[in-house]
Write a protein that binds this ligand. Structure first.
Ligand code: LLP
Length: 416
């Protein structure tokens, strides 16, 4: 196995054991790796002289066990739907530590947030108007700003271009209207300014520019506010890529120190919202190899999952690192890894793997901890994978595999 990845989830033998114990496709989460990532983020952000908070962006991957990691590591939470708020509530997350995002929150979602005391990150003017109408209790709000920083990433996961559906344009009349509404409200209090420029960004500059613009906005508002710099810190999906999480965040922390040095106290807290950089490289999906097929230009090996458990290659042209855990042979060949779903686009990637890769081999796809399970589907009525946690000593099931009975659980006919 590749050096970067070989220690994850207890290594090759352990992964093969887990594949046999829980069957495949299987998402294995290395809890220690997730904690290591959290520590890296905390250490880098704490170079900031201002009080600082790390929030976990639930959308990257959420279940009860993940919320336990959030609690054990004293993280705050970024939620983006009533469903995420519901799960957070069920697993005892303090509502005071939840930041509620979303560009089209429903009346029900806003009512619940208001009732629980969750901070709402308002995405547009009409949301503030609705909140004003329905809030029964005092409401903490932050404004999500579109700072116009266009980072280098896939266009589907960039969020701060001018015509983005997200955020209130920086320097716009809309922003002024939002401030007027809040300042004239006896229910809403502005607690911070927030911006998320996109995801899987690996250069520091756009993050720095974003933080600087937000700090300028806070300075112009002349009141102590939180500076929520969003998430989006990229991870190393391939062995040849080079990403320095500590370096990226520490540069942003230094820029915030510099930018606030002439206005001490204007920023009362810095908040970061990390999803992928916490859980992305902590996850490995295990598949079992099935049939092979050779075409004039390709040699396919098919696996027992595909776009139903990882749509990222089809949706974002995302690239992954694969290994055949069952074989050590150094004579390799380029394989195209095809899924089993009825779509030509259901191809997970390409990888050099042992030439004698065979039916029944266990194939690992690395760095699938973020945005794979949450984007998974029952297309073709494929069953959702199980999720297992490896804590360094033992394995335990976080989410069981779906069953055929789950597939009929929403049917209204009682006799099934
Ligand atoms: N904060 C906000 C407001 C966000 O919208 C997001 C992600 C995050 C934080 C966390 O970003 P992260 O640190 O995980 O990059 N499905 C896509 C990613 C969508 C990201 C949505 N927002 C993918 O698979 O790449």
């Amino acid at each position: 196995m590749n050096k970067d990845f070989d220690a994850l989830c207890g290594g090759r033998e352990n992964l093969i054991r887990l594949a046999h114990k829980y069957q495949t496709p299987l998402l294995v989460i290395d809890k220690q790796k997730a904690i290591e990532n959290i520590d890296t983020i905390k250490n880098a952000l704490s170079l900031c002289k201002i009080s600082n908070t790390v929030a976990y962006a639930s959308k990257a991957f959420l279940c009860g066990e993940m919320l336990n990691i959030v609690k054990e590591n004293n993280l705050s939470l970024d939620a983006v739907s009533g469903g995420e708020l519901f799960l957070a509530d069920r697993f005892g997350i303090d509502p005071q530590k939840i930041y509620f995002h979303g560009n089209n929150k429903s009346v029900q979602e806003l009512t619940e947030a208001n009732d629980k005391g969750v901070t709402v990150i308002a995405d547009n003017y009409e949301e503030l108007e609705l909140l004003e109408k329905i809030a029964k209790k005092p409401q903490k709000v932050m404004l999500r700003i579109n700072t116009g920083i266009e980072a280098n990433t896939h266009k589907y996961i960039a969020t701060a271009f001018t015509d983005s559906k997200f955020g209130i344009l920086h320097n716009s009349d809309d922003f002024k209207a939002c401030m007027d509404l809040i300042d004239n409200s006896d229910k809403q209090t502005l607690t911070g300014i927030s911006s998320h420029i996109g995801s899987q960004i690996v250069e520091a500059e756009p993050f720095i520019q974003n933080a600087e613009i937000l700090t300028d906005i806070i300075k112009s508002l002349k009141r102590p506010l939180c500076l929520n710099i969003g998430g989006g810190y990229g991870i190393k999906y391939l062995k040849e890529s080079d990403v320095d999480l500590f370096g990226l965040i520490s540069k942003v922390a230094a820029a915030i120190n510099e930018k606030t040095s002439d206005a001490v106290g204007c920023v009362k807290e810095v908040i970061i919202e990390c999803g992928r950089s916490i859980i992305g490289d902590a996850g490995i999906t295990l598949y079992t190899a099935g049939f092979k097929k050779t075409t004039p230009h390709r040699r396919y090996v098919f696996v027992d999952g595909g776009m139903s458990d990882n749509i990222r290659p089809a949706l974002y042209n995302a690239k992954y690192h694969f290994e055949n855990l069952s074989r050590n042979d150094t004579k390799t060949e380029l394989f195209t890894i095809g899924g089993k779903l009825c779509e030509s686009g259901d191809v997970l990637g390409e990888a050099f793997m042992p030439h004698n890769t065979e039916y029944g081999d266990i194939i690992a796809c690395f760095c699938t901890g973020a945005y794979c399970y949450p984007l998974s589907s029952n297309y073709n009525l494929a069953l959702k994978s199980a999720v297992v946690i490896w804590d360094g000593k033992k394995d335990y099931l976080a989410l069981r595999r779906q069953t055929y009975n789950d597939l009929i659980s929403l049917e209204t006919r009682g006799d099934l």
